[in-house]
Design a protein around this ligand. Structure first.
Ligand code: NAD
Length: 347
């Protein structure tokens, strides 16, 4: 029986609830396909301040470096003060440069749109998220936006490689190079060069991001793969989540050349934390992305089968519409939804 070690970072707010549910579902799928998972729990976020005096203890980074795969819940980041952002630091230190976020219409989840199928590629290590901010004179503060050719090239290559492998037709770059001529200009130049030199078979489009937002809410089905720098990707991810039913149904992956950490797009949802009502689906879907990553990197067909089983289970459960969490118009709690999936997986 194949055995894989996964670093589990439960995080804050609804993190422990949704990651626990996802773990149970993944274990059930593993048991039914002959794959075993060893989970190593590691602290991060506000919870880790109490236990380790740091929001991102070195041992957590070491564990992901060692085992190369992690499933993570959201972590709280104090606004305007205090500790460094755990997410930004984790992504930078482990060089998880590509945030990959598939946004798809789900069965029986009613929204204004049908047939949305977009995959966002967000650059994860630079842009305005370098955290280089200074007060240069009393009452005058600056924030430094960084773009490097290396980072722009590799995120562009990731997006085109993905599009090519998955038989996607088009990559659209959102930018603001009309204003930020040098930084966004470099991003555009790199994306265009990767397209021209390596993937001319794929359609390429550039849109100024304000126009892109308007086009997205007018007709999201015209988009396929979206490519953009860090801040734009953060904002567009939530906007796109709104097109398909909210943050409860959008998974994500942070992928580097040697390690990957999978996590939903949503945050700690303090308004519903601890109530057992959070939708664990986005975290479970992130787990499916993780199983496919394990299947690819370890050539493990059983992991792929486990992913397929989970996907069928949530598609089936949503289609039946009997067990849905509150954000999707139902009354089920986090565990109840996970139990419904597990029942289907066990068959
Ligand atoms: P949020 O995503 O936590 O919540 C936004 C809204 O969506 C809330 O109404 C919430 O109840 C709802 N929601 C989110 N996930 C849900 C789920 N799984 N099921 C049902 N409803 C869900 O965004 P926020 O309130 O802006 O951020 C709260 C905290 O989370 C902040 O500290 C922020 O920094 C942090 N955050 C962390 C991450 C991460 O760790 N990856 C990502 C985003 C935000």
């Amino acid at each position: 029986m194949a055995k894989h070690t996964i670093v589990l970072i439960a995080g804050d707010g609804i993190g422990p609830e949704v990651t626990a549910a996802a773990r149970r579902v993944i274990d059930a799928a593993g048991a039914s396909t002959g794959t075993q998972f060893d989970w190593i729990s590691m602290p991060a976020g506000e919870a880790a301040i109490k236990t380790d005096g740091d929001t991102l203890p070195e041992k957590t980074l070491d564990a992901v470096t060692q085992y190369k795969v992690g499933l993570k819940g959201p972590v709280g980041t104090p606004i305007g003060k205090g500790f460094r952002s755990v997410n930004v630091t984790l992504r930078k230190k482990l060089d998880l440069y590509a945030a990959v976020r598939p946004v798809r219409s789900m069965p029986n989840v009613k929204t204004r749109y049908e047939n949305v199928d977009i995959v966002i590629f967000r650059e994860n290590t630079e842009g305005l998220y370098t955290g280089i901010e200074n007060e240069i004179a009393p009452g005058v503060v600056t924030s430094l936006k960084v773009a490097t050719q290396k980072a722009c090239d590799r995120i562009s290559r990731s997006a085109f490689r993905y599009a090519n492998r998955r038989r996607r037709k088009k990559v659209t770059v959102f930018h603001k190079a009309n204003i930020m001529k040098i930084t966004d200009g470099l991003f555009l130049k790199c994306a265009k060069r990767v397209w021209e030199e390596e993937y001319p078979n794929i359609e390429y489009e550039e849109l100024i991001i304000d126009n892109g937002c308007m086009q997205l809410v007018k007709d999201p089905t015209r988009f396929d793969v979206l490519l953009m720098e860090n801040l734009y990707g953060d904002l567009i991810s939530d906007l796109c989540a709104g097109l398909v039913g909210g943050l409860g149904v959008v998974p994500g992956a942070n992928i580097g050349d040697v390690a990957a950490v999978f996590e939903a797009v949503h945050g700690t949802a303090p308004d519903i934390a601890g109530k057992g009502v959070a939708n664990p689906l986005a975290c479970i879907m992130s787990g499916v992305m993780m199983l496919n990553y394990i299947a690819d990197t370890h050539h493990d067909d059983a992991a792929r089968l486990a992913a397929e089983k989970i996907k069928n289970a949530y598609n089936g459960t949503l289609s039946e519409g009997k067990v849905l969490t509150r954000d999707l118009g139902g009354t089920a709690g986090t565990d109840q939804f996970a139990d419904a999936l597990i029942e289907k997986i066990k068959g």
